[in-house]
Design a protein around this ligand. Structure first.
Ligand code: KG4
Ligand code: ZN
Length: 357
C-alpha cells in the first residue's frame, strides 16, 4: 500500500510516499528556518503563506521521487493537528483537493502520533507496551502505549516544552534560532557541572511524571544578569562561560527528562522505549536515554535525525493502519489546533520491579 503523507503543522512543508507504513519511497522537506530566523521564532502568518507557496512543488517532488503519479497511491494521510491553524489548513485543504480530484481516501493524523511512528523506518514495529517520550518545540509528553494506536498520557510539561526552553535560552544568549542544535554543539565544549541548576519538583503525586521548564529558564536568565554574561554574536567565538552555561542548562533539561522516563519505566515495565521529536536529536539526551535503556535491558527506538524533526514520512506511517482498515475522513474535516491523543486509561502493574543500574 502506497501512502502519500503531507505535513504542514509548523514551519516545515513536507510530503512523502511510504510503502506499507515502513519503507520510505520519497521524503521531501522544505524548511522555513531561514525565513523565521531573523524573527527569533516562527511567525504564524508568514509560515502559512510559505506553505501555500511551496506545497504544490513539495508534493509533486515527493511523487516524482517515488516514481509514481497520484493515481499510483492508495491513500493520503495529512496532519490534522495539533499545530498552527493557518499552517495546518494549507496542508489539509491541499490534501482534500487532491483526494477529491483523484478519488482517493484521506485520513487526518495527529502530529504527535506521527512523531511516535517516526522510529519505525529504522527499527520496525515496537513491542508493546511501549513507553514514548515525545520532545519537540511544541510538546513534551510521556505516553504509555499498551497496544498500537492506544495512548495514555502519563506525563506532560506544565509550561514550556523542552525544545521551547532550548530556543528561549538560545535567544537569551543571542545565539540564534533554532536554539537546540546550537546549544547542543556549544555544550560539547563546556563543563556541565559548572552550574548545578536544580530540577523542578512536581509535588502533586497524581502528576509526578510531569515536567516544568519555566523555572529553569528563569534561573538561566538570573544567572546571565547576575554574572554579566555577554550576548554572543558569533557562536564560533563563544566565551568559556557561555559554553559552560549551555552545557549546564542542557544537562538540567536532560536530567529532568530522564528522571521521569526512568520513573515511568520502573513503574510500567515497557517492552520498548521510543524517543521522538526534534529534541531527540540532542546528543546528551540520546546518550542518557541509551544508558537508561541498556541498564534496564529495554530495547530503545530512536529515529535518525532526518526522521526526528518534522517530516511527512512519519505522518504516512501513522496513517497506514487507519487507511488499511478502510477509514476515510469526511470532506468537512478541518484543523484540530489543540488535538491531544489520550484514548485509554491504563493502570501500572501492581507489582513493582526495581532495576539496578
Ligand atoms: O519536532 P520538531 O522539528 O518540531 C516541532 O514539532 O516542534 O522540533 C523542533 C525543536 C526545536 O525547539 C529545536 O530547538 C529542537 O527541536 N531541537 C533540538 C535539537 N535539534 C532540534 N533541541 C536540542 N538539541 C538538539 N540537537
Ligand atoms: Zn513535530
Amino acid at each position: 500500500m502506497l501512502i502519500l503523507g503531507i505535513e504542514s503543522s509548523c514551519d516545515e512543508t513536507a510530503a512523502a510516499v511510504v510503502e506499507d507504513g515502513r519503507r520510505i519511497r520519497s521524503n521531501v522537506i522544505a524548511t522555513q528556518i531561514e525565513t523565521h530566523r531573523r524573527f527569533g521564532g516562527v511567525v504564524p502568518e508568514i509560515a502559512s503563506r510559505e506553505h501555500l507557496e511551496k506545497i504544490d512543488e513539495v508534493v509533486s517532488e515527493a511523487l516524482r521521487g517515488a516514481g509514481i503519479g497520484i493515481d499510483g497511491i492508495n491513500g493520503i494521510a495529512v496532519t490534522q493537528g495539533p499545530g498552527l491553524v493557518g499552517s495546518l489548513l494549507v496542508g489539509i485543504n491541499y490534501a482534500k483537493g487532491l483526494a477529491y480530484a483523484a478519488g482517493k481516501p484521506i485520513v487526518g493524523v495527529n502530529h504527535i502520533e506521527g512523531h511516535i511512528y517516526s522510529p519505525v523506518f529504522e527499527h520496525g514495529e515496537p513491542e508493546y507496551p511501549a513507553l514514548a517520550l515525545v520532545v519537540s518545540g511544541g510538546h513534551t509528553n510521556l505516553f504509555l502505549i499498551p497496544e498500537p494506536e492506544r495512548y495514555k498520557l502519563i506525563g506532560r510539561t506544565r509550561d514550556d516544552a523542552a525544545g521551547e526552553a532550548f530556543d528561549k535560552v538560545s535567544k537569551l544568549l543571542g545565539l540564534g534560532y533554532p536554539g537546540g542544535p546550537l546549544i547542543d554543539r556549544l555544550a560539547r565544549q563546556g563543563d556541565r557541572r559548572a552550574i548545578i541548576f536544580p530540577l523542578a519538583e512536581i509535588k502533586d503525586p497524581l502528576h509526578r511524571l510531569d515536567f516544568s521548564f519555566s523555572g529553569l529558564k528563569t534561573a538561566v536568565l538570573r544567572y546571565v544578569r547576575e554574572n554579566d554574561i555577554p550576548q554572543v554574536a558569533d557562536p564560533a567565538a563563544a566565551p568559556q562561560v557561555v559554553l559552560d552555561l549551555c552545557a549546564s542548562f542542557q544537562n538540567a533539561v536532560v536530567r529532568a527528562l530522564v528522571r521521569s522516563l526512568r520513573k515511568a519505566a520502573e513503574e510500567y515495565r515497557p517492552r520498548t522505549i521510543l524517543l521522538a521529536g526534534g529534541v531527540a536529536c540532542n546528543s546528551e539526551l540520546r546518550a542518557s536515554v541509551s544508558e537508561l535503556a541498556t541498564g534496564m535491558a529495554i530495547p530503545l527506538h530512536i529515529p535518525s535525525p532526518v526522521h526526528t524533526t518534522d517530516n511527512a514520512a512519519m505522518i504516512a506511517a501513522a496513517g497506514y493502519p487507519k487507511l488499511l482498515r478502510g477509514e476515510s475522513a469526511p470532506w468537512q474535516m478541518s484543523a484540530e489546533v489543540s488535538w491531544r491523543i489520550q484514548n485509554v486509561d491504563v493502570e501500572a502493574p501492581a507489582k513493582r520491579v526495581r532495576y539496578r543500574l
